[in-house]
Every structure is written in C-alpha cells, then in structure tokens.
Design a protein around this ligand. Structure first.
Ligand code: NDP
Ligand code: MG
Length: 397
C-alpha cells in the first residue's frame, strides 16, 4: 500500500467536513476543533446511532445539510428535533451511506466497529479525503478497502494517534531505508494487574483508561491490549513495511505516540499530550497545521518517560493478532468480528474480562482460513464469526 501523501485540494478554501459517528468520542473531538476554527470549516453531514439528543443539538449548532441516525426507531425524534431548520433528517443503513456520499472534502470515519465499513467505503469510493479513526475497517477488509481507495483516487489520512504519529515521520520517498516501526502502547488500566486480578474486573474498571478518554469498545480493547493488536494490523496496511518490522512497546505516559527507526540508527518520533484533537487536527488541516485548544507538551513537568516490553502472557491478544496477521486470508476479519462480539458481551456482563480474548481465540481456532475477495465474501466471514462467537459465549455461561 499505501497512504498517499498527495493532496490536490485547495487548502485555502473553507474545508467541507462530514462526520460519521459525530456523537462519539472522535466525533465530539472533531466538532470541538471545528467550533474553535469555524472560519476554516463547514459541516456538511453528521451521523449518530442511538444518541439522538446529542445529534440534534450538534446539527442545530453546526447546520449540516443532512443529519442521519442509524437506529430507525429514532427517526421520528430526529425529524421533530430538526423541524423548522433546513437540515434534512434520515435514518438507517442506506441513509448512513447517503451521509458518506454528501459532497464534502473530508470525511471523518469515526463510527466504531465494522458498522463503519460500508459508510467509510462509500466516502472512499467518491474520492474524498478519508480521515480514518475506524481501525476495524482496515482489520476486517484491509486489501479490499485499500483497493477502493486506490481506484477512486481518495486520500487516506490516519487519525489513530499511533498511525498519525508514524504518518508524520515516515519518509514515503525512502521507505526502503526504514528499519522498523514502533507502536507505543500505554498498557491500559491493567498494565500491572495479575491474571487473577484481571479475571474479576468489571466493565466500569475496564473502560476507565488512564490516559485517553474514548468510547467503551476501544477502551476495553485497550485494557485487553487487543487495541494494539488491531493497530498492528492497521499499521501493516497503512505503511509499506512487513509484519516483522512492526514492534510494540509499552510507554505508560502516552507522550511518544509512535516512532520510525531508520537503517542509519536514527529514530524519528511524534510526541504530544494524549489528546485526540492533535491527530484529528492534522487530518482536518492537511497539508497545513492548525491551532488546537489542547495543552502544549511540558516535558520538564512530566520529568520521566518510561518504557517496557509487553507481557505476552498476561496480554495474549497481542500474540493472537500477530499470528492472525502472519496467516492473513480471512483470519483478521474473524479476529475483529469475534472480538467485537466478545467485548459487547463483556460490557453486558455476560462474560468475564479474560473471556474476551479466550472467545476470540476459540473462534479463530474453529474457523478455517479462507481468501475472501469481494465485499460480500468478507461480510459473510464477518457474520459467520459473529454467530460462532455468540455460541462460544453461550457455552461459557
Ligand atoms: P464511540 O463509542 O465514542 O462512538 C462511536 C460512534 O459510532 C458514535 O457516534 C455511535 O453513535 C456510532 N455508532 C455506533 N454503532 C453504530 C452503528 N451500528 N451504526 C452507525 N453508527 C454507529 O467510539 P470512539 O469515538 O471512541 O471510536 C470510534 C472509532 O475510532 C473506533 O473504531 C475506534 O477504534 C477509533 N479510535 C478512537 C479513538 C478515541 O480516542 N476515541 C482513538 C483512536 C481510534 P451513538 O453514540 O449515537 O450511538
Ligand atoms: Mg491508537
């Protein structure tokens, strides 16, 4: 692959932004940036799923052409909430695709999980700048997604903080001189917890991330470290490196967001306070930079940056994801789908914390690898893995 560093857009014009997943953590952070620099951006389309009240208030504030709620049952509320405005209201899957298709320069892909794949693909297929937070898209359908980007001439900008960091310091002109990438990881809330302690953690404890304020699913992924596993696969698709050139390093302060090591021994890193508004702003303003309301990094105050190797025994999700990436085929799709189901079941208190990775591993063990090429085939693998994961969860209860 891979990421195109070219952008032909006129960066002087007001940039037209659509946000898929506006009501989530990535969406709210994006709107905060737009609110602060309203002379630079207009909002064209906003989507949510269940949080209709927030979507209505966002739409009233930012005046998009279209506001879409994923859940059809909430359409009436959205329509009533937007009556008297010029904003079109719609609901459901097709409407999410319409939101992605609204003419805008940049689409923030901030829906969580595979639910974001079809709308993000739609944005890619019309050649938009796709600012990708939704890593599940790449894990589930990496080659297919990148082919669509290439075919349409869309521009892919990573806003996952690690990948955004690497994007900022990766020399695409000399990728042969890159020795390896280092993805940093905070280690999550259970970095120092024993397996016995982890077996008893509650959803509330698991979503309480020490450094980042994020949605529930990615917070649980960070706690199991599956998030870093998914990011390993994401990095493989985004940058022209092999799996064995991507390392993972625990860095509890989340100040160094990731690094690129070159053959001559130089290591280039991107640093900053743990605030998603920085990587999001990088994509919003690309190829310029913009001011953000976040704090500047104060290294003297932080004093010390520490690092440690990840513990693969306590965090088996890391090995699972790496093995999956090595094997390729349908396994990353299956890994992602099984993990999504297992995380949901953990949040619903149907299984324990350690069961999340166990269920995911069991589903991978029981599913033969295949080579899905079309979107239908990928969706079929995803769906079959979800059904099996539900069965595994039921067997545990
Ligand atoms: P949130 O849970 O905070 O937000 C998810 C968004 O997706 C919400 O707008 C939600 O709507 C919407 N949504 C959920 N399910 C559906 C569905 N079935 N159909 C349509 N829309 C849906 O997640 P985050 O913002 O934390 O994460 C979003 C993505 O960004 C994830 O892929 C995550 O891995 C990635 N990411 C997030 C980071 C962060 O700091 N938060 C950092 C790096 C990557 P509603 O709330 O209205 O129900
Ligand atoms: Mg990340």
């Amino acid at each position: 692959m891979k990421v195109s560093p070219d952008l032909t857009n006129d960066s002087r014009a007001k940039r037209r932004v659509s946000i898929l997943g506006a009501t989530g953590s990535i969406g709210c952070n994006t709107l905060d940036l737009v609110r602060n620099q309203s002379d630079l951006f207009t909002i064209e389309a906003l989507t949510g799923n269940k949080n209709v009240d927030l979507l209505i208030s966002q739409a009233k504030e930012f005046n998009p052409k279209l506001a879409v709620i994923g859940d059809d049952a909430l359409f009436g509320e959205l329509k009533d909430g937007l009556s008297g405005t010029d904003i079109a209201a719609a609901s459901g899957q097709t409407a999410l695709l319409e939101a992605a298709d609204v003419d805008s320069d940049i689409v923030i892909a901030g829906i969580v999980g595979v639910a974001g794949l079809a709308p993000t693909l739609k944005a890619a297929q019309r050649g938009a700048i796709v600012a990708l937070a939704n890593k599940e898209c790449l894990v589930c359908a990496g080659d297919f997604f990148l082919d669509e980007i290439e075919r349409s001439g869309a521009t892919l900008l990573p806003i996952d903080s690690e990948h955004n960091a690497i994007f900022q310091v990766f020399d695409f002109e000399q990728s042969e001189n890159v020795d390896h990438l280092t993805l940093t990881a905070s280690g999550g809330p259970f970095r120092n917890a024993s397996l016995t302690e982890m077996s008893a953690v509650t959803p509330e404890q698991a979503v309480a991330h020490p450094n980042w304020d994020m949605g529930a699913k990615i917070s649980v992924d960070s706690a199991t470290m599956m998030n870093k596993g998914l990011e390993l696969i994401e990095a493989f698709y985004l940058f022209p490196v092999e799996e064995k050139q991507i390392e993972i390093l625990i860095h509890p302060q989340s100040v160094i967001h990731s690094m690129v090591s070159y053959k001559d021994g130089s290591v280039l890193a991107q640093l900053g306070t743990p605030d998603m508004r920085t990587p999001i702003s990088y994509a919003l303003a690309w190829p310029d930079r913009m001011e953000t309301p976040g704090r500047q990094l104060d290294l003297a105050q932080i004093g010390k940056l520490t690092f440690e190797a990840p513990d693969l025994e306590r965090f088996p999700a890391l090995t699972l994801a790496r093995d999956t990436l090595k094997a390729g085929g349908s396994l990353p799709t299956i890994l992602n789908a099984a993990n999504e189901v297992a995380v949901r079941c953990f949040l619903e208190e149907r299984i324990g914390f350690l069961d999340i990775t166990r269920v995911t591993a069991d589903v991978l063990d029981r599913t033969p690898n295949s080579e899905p090429n079309t979107l239908d085939e990928i969706c079929h693998c995803d769906e079959a893995a979800r059904v099996l994961a539900e069965e595994m969860v039921s067997a545990l209860i």
